[in-house]
Design a protein around this ligand. Structure first.
Ligand code: X2X
Length: 345
């Protein structure tokens, strides 16, 4: 008798939960704290983007959604190319991540690492803010996360400790640290360099000890991480690739929030993305590009390529572009090329 009434109660509870109206009327289970993964902390535009997002969400939800920042991909011991997997598996609740680091799981994100696809900031915007960006968000969703907004890491300029790079021949034999993504190995191999994959955490000591000669990263990272103090005395502005950042939430976490809270989180991500992008471009979009002068004042030789010099790098990496166009999807890359050709300055 006792068992029967227990069973009846259990059954009643299950069937109540299965009535859609009733189930959604129940307060969703919010966590006391949500974990946001980032590669870089708040000294960088990347970490700032995450901080702005977290603060806006905390304020506007009156603390219902309380987000803590975990820079250095510390939830995964710094393993940045597994960040997307960690997000999918729920080790990470939210992230602001680079297209490069997530490209092992979401093949289409390699698009932004195609050498010399995007000639200027307007070209990045033409992709992220247009149809290509929407299509990539669908790919991310299919891969198992909820994408909300775009931000920016920036144009990845190349530095090294040996000599100025003006032609592909100057890269010959240089040991260059790259992120663990196969397209980067192909690009640097085509240029005659000796690429070595390692995480950002390992890159800085490797540069300091001269275990590697050079690296490629946005200028905002060059200054904030003080790369001139780890032997990086030569910097070439070649604008070969740029990595946007993407604001995402784990699927189950997203499903656990009310419609109103989801809107707050999405709107805040869009605002933080726009603010972060402005920070990432600071000093590079104003007349005279003051950030470049700031870097040369640190004793760094800054090389700006002539259009003819740049064309040599484009030519040398063209086979890589053609190979990866097929791997990423000729359709998507074709759409990107068209959007860039039609961009407004
Ligand atoms: O590791 C890098 O070079 C960095 C910090 O730019 C990324 O995470 C893509």
């Amino acid at each position: 008798m006792k068992l029967r009434s227990l069973l009846a109660a259990a059954l009643a509870a299950t069937s109540l939960a299965m009535v859609p109206g009733l189930a959604s009327a129940q307060a969703p289970a919010y966590k006391p704290e949500y974990r946001m993964s980032l590669v870089l902390g708040t000294a960088f535009p990347w970490g700032k983007s995450g901080e702005i997002w977290a603060n806006l969400v905390r304020e506007r939800t009156q603390g219902r959604i309380n987000i803590k920042l975990y820079p250095g991909v510390s939830l995964l011991q710094g393993d940045q190319t597994r960040e997307f997997s960690g997000l999918r598996q729920g080790v990470i609740d939210l992230a602001v991540g680079s297209t490069i680091n997530w490209s092992p799981q979401v093949r289409q994100l390699n698009l932004f690492s195609m050498p010399f696809l995007m000639p200027d900031f307007a070209a990045i915007d033409a992709l992220t803010q247009g149809e290509v960006g929407q299509q990539l968000f669908k790919d991310i969703e299919r891969a198992g996360a909820v994408p909300l907004a775009w931000g920016e890491n920036g144009y990845r300029e190349i530095s090294n400790s040996k000599h100025a790079i003006k032609t592909p021949a100057d890269l010959k034999g240089l040991k260059i640290r790259v992120v663990g993504s196969p397209l980067f190995l192909d690009t640097f191999t085509a240029l005659g360099a000796n690429p070595t994959q390692m995480s950002w955490a390992d890159a800085q000591p490797a540069l300091a000890s001269k275990a590697v000669d050079g690296q490629e990263n946005p200028l905002s990272i060059f200054t904030a991480a003080k790369l001139h103090s780890v032997e990086q005395k030569h910097l070439t502005l070649w604008g070969y690739v740029a990595d946007p950042l993407i604001f995402v939430v784990n699927k189950d976490v997203w499903a656990s929030w009310t419609e109103a809270d989801r809107k707050i989180v999405r709107d805040a991500a869009i605002e933080a993305g726009a603010q972060g992008k402005a920070l990432a471009r600071k000093g590079l979009v104003e007349p005279g590009k003051p950030l470049i002068k700031q870097i040369s004042d640190l004793g760094v030789t800054v090389t700006e390529l002539t259009p003819e010099q740049r064309a040599e790098f484009v030519k040398a990496t063209r086979p890589v572009y053609e190979k990866w166009k097929k791997q990423i999807g000729a359709d998507l890359v074709g759409k990107a090329e068209k959007a860039i050709a039609a961009r407004k300055p």
